[in-house]
Design a protein around this ligand. Structure first.
Ligand SMILES: [Fe+2]
Ligand SMILES: [Fe+2]
Length: 241
């Protein structure tokens, strides 16, 4: 995170859309008044710029991406997925919901693609929220029980066999992952790879940037589940025999 005090509010928001809720909470105008520097905007809003920079830093603290999961346990990975990716996905969907509603309402007439983007976003968000719930209510509790019984920390068998897990919940989740990939590709097609038009205001630019951020995070999230978590579970099930 490298937001500078002399940087304009608009440029912070277009670079880091996740800063929007902070600015809104502080009544810092980032859209029409976004050409002010962070310093000026804070003075106008009566808040300390150092504090704002501090809050920005904690919001934008980057998650270590190259964590080595080979020497970590399944429960550590599940906790990481829940605390980092599931929390982030919900927050970013809430932000995108507000932004997509606003830009469709304000700019939909000149940019009719925004109405389609809003529609597709709503379908994707609904699917994703249900997907997170399937993982949190079925797949993750099952995998944690599988790990506990493989480590001898749990006497009773997991709720169902690992074969059943692979042929049902895991298959459904992997199909959901494919589906979200399709939806993101369709969104890229509709938005010219999330490139805002030249007349796009700050909110419009931030909206597309927020999509790119969600997309990046989702790809990492999906990779961890498909290529690390599920194979890790398979190993535990095999050890257990
Ligand atoms: Fe997940
Ligand atoms: Fe998932």
């Amino acid at each position: 995170m490298k937001a500078q005090i002399e940087q304009t509010v608009a440029s912070v928001v277009t670079q880091y859309p996740s800063a929007i809720p902070l600015f809104e909470g502080l009544k810092i105008d980032y859209c029409c008044g976004g050409n002010k520097s962070l310093k000026e905007a804070c003075a106008k809003a009566g808040v300390s710029p150092e504090k704002v920079i501090g809050s920005l830093e904690s919001i934008l603290a980057v998650t270590p991406q190259d964590e080595n999961w080979n020497d970590k346990s399944l429960s550590e990975l599940v906790n990481f997925l829940l605390e980092k990716h599931h929390v982030y996905t919900r927050e970013q969907l809430a932000l995108l919901d507000k932004l997509s509603e606003k830009v469709a309402r304000v700019h939909g007439q000149n940019h009719p693609e925004l109405l389609k983007v809003r529609e597709l976003f709503q379908v994707m968000a609904e699917d994703l929220l249900q997907h997170l719930m399937k993982e949190e209510r079925v797949a993750f509790p099952y995998l944690l029980a599988l790990e506990a019984s493989a480590l001898g920390k749990r006497k009773e068998e997991p709720f169902f066999s690992f074969e059943t897990f692979q042929s049902q919940p895991q298959r459904v989740l992997m199909a959901d992952h494919e589906e979200v990939g399709e939806q993101l590709r369709e969104l890229r097609r509709l938005t010219g790879d999330f490139n805002p038009p030249t007349d796009a205001c700050v909110t419009f630019q931030a909206f597309y940037r927020a999509f790119v951020e969600l997309e990046e995070d989702l790809y990492r999230h999906i990779h961890l589940e498909n290529n690390v978590l599920f194979p890790m579970a398979e190993k535990l099930a095999t050890v257990k025999g």
